[in-house]
Ligand binder design. Structure first.
Ligand SMILES: NC(=O)C1=CN([C@@H]2O[C@H](COP(=O)(O)OP(=O)(O)OC[C@H]3O[C@@H](n4cnc5c(N)ncnc54)[C@H](O)[C@@H]3O)[C@@H](O)[C@H]2O)[C@@H](O)CC1
Ligand SMILES: [K+]
Length: 502
């Protein structure tokens, strides 16, 4: 699913109006109907509860006026409050004229705002994608007042004051919505941690925008849905054998962190790899052999950390990092690996920290490698803290372009940057997965998919990120959020992958 800029959204609205031969008021009615239906079907406010619709001067306000009319016709006690300032759009004026006279409708006076109580529902239709500067004056006063009211706030299209795809000054007034109802597509802003308190739970309301125009528009950012990935994982051929699915090598673990190697190995096996060899320091030999009997174990001569790179000839993909530690000898193993490998690499955890601390190693990164940092590891990799989440995405995009690698940025909506520019945001997963070992599981799963020669690097990464989050979602009924362990995720990798098989 594409994430459009505000300008692209406007163009798509216009194309829809033209191609479907409808008026802009018709499209607005469609949008408002989607909001009203969501309110009635999902929020289900009790009859008699006060519903305040706050409208700005543009088409977002027009949506609000149409919603107010529809809610009134559905029997709700609605009142409309209008911002005094601003030039009214044509569709605002149209819907203002359509508002039944029985609905109380007044202009807002910042010195005498309506008493909005905590049990009320507020529909925020002040500003949407037409926001051109941070809110100030009257609008900022209203927004701050609503944020303090305790009422349930439902934002139409976008929380007022929030830019769809760019940062705003830290102290600017933005609605803190409980729910944001976005027309047709989500917005980039929804996927960034810094905007979580503005956006609340977001929903996407389809309004039948022109599919062909949407298909052809070029975008920098994608939100990857299950529908798009379904069928992308090739079926295992009837006469396939273990060689068909690749032989992976995992370099992981150090004294006290052999568990990371166990988790990554098991996830790799559950990810469908044909064969797996796990290289751990000698202390991990028995542990791996007992915990992951399906894996072969090659012990390093050193008891505590990796010091030697094995012969790489048999392997189709190599993963390095989980629990590795940052010993000088392990750094040299990483260096040798970067210098000699001819197969895809998956690089995680301490291997990333070693890259960050040694720019000469970073320069050796083979193009096409897949890196899986969380934000702190990514900061070490690029050596510069991000100003905000948008800046961090810029850094991510530039890093992938410069190194010609695929780079993940782990989070609630994990991002994947590609060497050619586009970013892909993952749509699965839950906060229960923010637990030790979850990243090791991802590395193992991605390693399995990179070892499968039938998959492109991009498909392997997207499928792995999706299946990892989905496996985490499938554990929830069994574990809840707090009780979710990384090893539970592994149990559900199989079912999560099965959903994606063509
Ligand atoms: N274009 C269409 O046909 C559709 C538009 N829709 C709605 O229309 C919205 C976009 O409408 P508009 O483009 O009219 O934009 P908005 O309604 O978001 O706001 C635009 C108005 O606000 C003013 N403005 C911008 N920033 C301001 C600020 N900081 N302080 C004060 N005034 C400010 C602008 O000068 C303009 O008058 C969408 O978010 C969506 O809610 C939907 O009805 C779907 C169809
Ligand atoms: K809004």
């Amino acid at each position: 699913m594409k994430l459009l800029s505000a300008a692209q959204t406007r163009a798509l609205d216009q194309a829809t109006i033209q191609n479907q031969q409808i008026s802009s008021a018709d499209l607005m009615e469609r949008a408002a109907t989607a909001v009203t239906n969501w309110l009635l079907d999902e929020l289900q406010p009790a009859y008699g509860i006060a519903i305040y619709v706050f409208c700005g001067p543009g088409n977002n306000g027009g949506d609000g006026l149409a919603v107010a009319r529809q809610l009134y016709r559905a029997g709700y006690a609605v009142q409309v409050w209008l911002l005094k300032t601003g030039k009214h759009s044509a569709d605002f004026t149209h819907n203002r004229q359509q508002l039944p006279a029985e609905i109380p409708c007044q202009e807002l006076d910042p010195d005498k705002l309506p008493a909005v109580t905590a049990d009320a529902v507020v529909v925020d239709a002040l500003f949407g994608t037409g926001l051109s500067r941070p809110l100030e004056g009257e609008a900022a006063v209203v927004v701050k007042y609503l944020n303090e009211s305790g009422a349930t706030v439902v934002a139409v299209d976008l929380p007022s004051g929030l830019f769809a795809d760019a940062p705003q000054p830290a102290d600017s007034a933005v609605i803190n919505a409980h729910y944001t109802l976005s027309f047709e597509l989500p917005k980039l802003a929804f996927l960034l941690p810094q905007n979580a308190k503005f956006v609340g739970d977001w929903r996407r309301l389809p309004i039948e925008l022109d599919q062909e125009v949407m298909h052809n528009v070029a975008v920098d950012n994608h939100f990857v849905t299950a529908d798009e990935l379904r069928g992308c994982l090739p079926k295992r051929p009837k006469f396939g054998h273990k060689g068909t699915f690749g032989h992976a090598l995992l370099l992981a673990g150090s004294r006290g962190k052999i568990g990371a190697a166990v988790l990554a190995s098991r996830a790799c096996l559950r990810g469908g790899v044909g064969l797996l060899t796990t290289r751990v320091p000698a202390v991990g030999y028995n542990i791996i052999q007992i915990s992951d009997p399906e894996a072969m174990c090659l012990a390093d001569p050193n008891p505590d950390f990796l010091t030697e790179l094995p012969d790489l000839q048999p392997y189709d993909a190599i993963g390095i990092g989980p629990g590795l530690g940052q010993h000088d000898s392990s750094r040299e193993v990483l260096r040798q690996l970067l210098e000699t490998t001819r197969v895809p690499l998956v690089i995680d955890a301490d291997a990333l920290n070693l890259l960050g601390a040694n720019p000469d190693l970073l320069a050796l990164l083979p193009p096409g490698s897949l890196l899986t940092p969380h934000p702190k590891e990514f900061e070490r990799l690029v050596g510069e803290p991000a100003r905000d989440d948008y800046h961090r995405l810029d850094q991510l995009r530039r890093f992938a372009a410069r190194t010609r690698c695929y780079c993940v940025l782990k989070g609630a909506y994990t991002a994947l940057a590609t060497p050619d520019g586009p970013l892909y945001f993952n749509s699965t997963g839950n906060p229960g997965m923010a637990t030790g070992g979850s990243g090791d599981v991802l590395t193992g799963l991605l390693l399995a998919l990179r070892a499968d020669k039938r998959l492109s690097p991009l498909d392997a990464a997207l499928l792995g990120l999706h299946a990892h989050g989905r496996a985490g979602d499938l554990t929830l009924p069994h574990t809840g959020h707090a009780g979710l362990l990384a090893s539970d995720i592994i149990r559900f990798i199989g079912p999560a992958l099965e959903e994606l098989v063509g």
